[in-house]
Design a protein. Sequence first.
Length: 327
Amino acid sequence: MKRNTALLVAATAAGLQFCTTTAAMAADAWPVRPVRFIVPYPPGGTTDLVARGIADKISTRYGQQFVVDNRGGASTIIGTDLMAKSAPDGYTIGLITQTTMSINPNVVKKLPYDTVRDLAPVTQVVYFPYVIAAHPSVPFTGMKDMIAHAKAKPGTLTYGTPGTASTNHLGGALLENLAGIKLLHVPFKGSGPAMNAVLGGQVNLIITGAATVIPHAKAGRTRVIAFAAEKRHPNWPDIPSTGEAGLGNYEAGTWFGIVTRGGTPRAVIGSLNREIVNAVTNTDLKERLTTVGFDVRTQSPEAFGKYMADDRALIAKIIKTADIKLD
């Protein structure tokens, strides 16, 4: 009896070793064909810039093409659904954003996928910090004066965003909550129209990427009030931060990351993590990204998973406090 038990244990151990070895060999061979890289946004935007930069670098490293496939629409849901329903073999990866993983689960009543179950984290890649900017006609130049003005005339300062429940809108809602002010949100159909409304003086403020605003500020068409962060940004050290105005817990911006299908072999995810982290931290891609206003941020798959869970909970609180609902 004891001998049979020992044989069973030995056979089980051998089987586990075989499975582990087979999985490792499969991961070592991956990829043996092109990999689909889904971007749930139209071509030409900042997400495309990040995805195509990464695809170029890791295609060279792996000796296989990572083919960017833009599938925009429905606030990233169309492209994300393709990722979530792909085979769990590492041959489909995707670029996701805060909208995909933190906002949509909190504002869309029924998503066609489960972001936690169906998408496996690989790494965050960049953070896009926002600034608060204004039309030059506003009667203030700094953050403290802006808050004082908003308190004196609640609900009269307007700010434009690319739409309801956008990261820009949440940045405005969080600012209202932390500063104890009331602003008037004006949603537009996209970042371009929102920026044009500020340039034309139709709205007072905008909360958006520094790289979008600063060229207009240099030309005198907008006024940068503050960086939406605790500290000044090293790329723009002359711009004061909201932290300097006493809003130490305020940060507005958005992040991009890479995921693959849930259930993809861990060895494949680990390989992707190493190569993507290397691409955005140790090559000329890092300089290209930081030049246009991104902060490069990377993590292990486990740390990225926790980051997203924490962010989703934070976004849920902001949405509930501000009573933000999609029409």
